[in-house]
Ligand binder design. Sequence first.
Ligand code: G3P
Ligand code: CA
Length: 273
Amino acid sequence: PYLGEKRETDGRPRVVAHRGASALQPEHTLAAYTTAFDLGVDGIECDVRLTADHHLVCVHDRRADRTSNGKGVISTLELARLEELDWASWKALDDGTDPEEADSDPGRGRILTLRRLLDSLTSQRQELLTLIETKHPTRYGGLVERQLVTALRDFGLTSGDLPQMPHARVMSFSLLALVRMRGLAPRVPLVYLVEQSTPRLSWDGSLPAGVDIVGLDMRIVRRTPALVRAHQRRGHEVYVWTVNDPEDVERCADLGVDVIISDRPRDVMALLD
Ligand code: G3P
Ligand code: CA
């Protein structure tokens, strides 16, 4: 069981590290998440994709090309192949880490599976909001959601009503993915991700049945702050992504959003303190 303590935020928005502390470390690597934990973030965000042999791995893009030294579509590659690739060296370090020290860590460039992330997360001493986004899950007939629920259950993260547990939330741009999750894990809170191109985007703050958290694109919040208020009036929690600009941090704080998702959690926390 998880025995961490809840971090007090004194009413300020909670700060979530987007793809880990991804401005400082290669996104979605274990180093990105351990750096985020060390910074004292309130939570982490990660994207999950299915490999050809049905493992969930933490990768944003459809292809391996941008964030590894390999090529190919993730869903067509087996985990063993992804383990052979280097997922760190594409990004230069800008956090002052000695590159030689970073290079001497043999696990640094390893692909991160969801299970390895959850293992690291549940060994932390503080309670962390855990936001897991399913990417393009509609193609696999519910397999992404089934694998995700199995992993959450194995790590004790599906009982959202137990106060000591880290708070897992599943997020998606796909309504179908959220409906499937609701059926499989009724107690895991769901976040409906909304961007300008969301079909039938509602401007009155309504959300699909069974969902009471909205994840808003910062660009929408800039243009239409009234949408934040509309959700708040309906009692929804409001998460905003991806908030890196100091002016946007201030806007979010003024609007009283619940969660700021940022590549630069260190800077955001400094601004909010
Ligand atoms: O937190 C939601 C946000 O991550 C959605 O956009 O493209 O960064 O996954 P993306
Ligand atoms: Ca994401």
